[in-house]
Design a protein around this ligand. Structure first.
Ligand SMILES: [Fe+2]
Length: 192
């Protein structure tokens, strides 16, 4: 079974995101899908040929985490965009956010601060499935540092390709645009 790149062109026209930026981002995402498939194929071949104790095999195994997570996180990211309405303040997610962070405003402040950290990566609101706690995580290189046993609810890409075409170095302005377009129904629907 091969992974197929999903089509997110419905996001074109979203306020604060140019068509050029989005199309470049879609192309980059498609590269992750292609390379996930290639990595899996090459690993399967190496296994069949008994070449698992090789440097190539080890490198491919490492690369698989990078390609796969790059694919999947972009899918979560694009899917949690394109929303037109704010968070339902009476809904399940709003209640969980208030339980965990005191207020929605506190959560938003922490999530934005996470996304504004120096460096490239992702800000992710995770639901810990063991404790049901909500935690904002900073994920640097995406093949490492995801919290085990946690469910990603809201993903914000803060690699430079996600904003530089439109915002240059003004990452805070991109984060504001991102917040205006969150699809909160999708985010709430991810709660377990
Ligand atoms: Fe990206």
């Amino acid at each position: 079974m091969k992974y197929t790149a999903k089509n997110y062109e419905k996001l074109i026209g979203m306020e604060g995101f140019s068509e050029t930026l989005l199309k470049n981002h879609f192309t980059l995402y498609q590269g992750y899908v292609t390379n996930t498939n290639k990595s899996l194929d090459s690993l399967e071949t190496a296994l069949k040929e008994g070449k698992t104790a090789t440097a190539e095999y080890a490198e491919l195994k490492r690369r698989l985490g990078w390609e796969f997570n790059g694919m999947r996180l972009h899918e979560y990211y694009f899917e949690n965009l394109g929303g037109k309405t704010g968070l339902d303040k009476t809904g399940r997610l709003a209640k969980k956010i208030a339980d965990n962070f005191g207020t929605y405003e506190n959560w938003e402040k922490d999530f934005k601060a996470t996304g504004a950290m120096r460096g490239i990566g992702w800000a992710v609101l995770y639901e810990d499935l063991s404790s049901r706690k909500l935690i904002n995580f900073w994920i640097n290189e995406h093949d490492v540092s995801h919290p085990a046993g946690c469910n990603p609810l809201l993903i914000m890409d803060v690699f430079e390709h996600a904003f530089m075409i439109d915002y240059g170095l003004k990452r805070a302005d991109y984060i504001e645009a991102f917040f205006k377009n969150i699809d909160w129904k999708v985010v709430e629907g991810r709660l377990k």
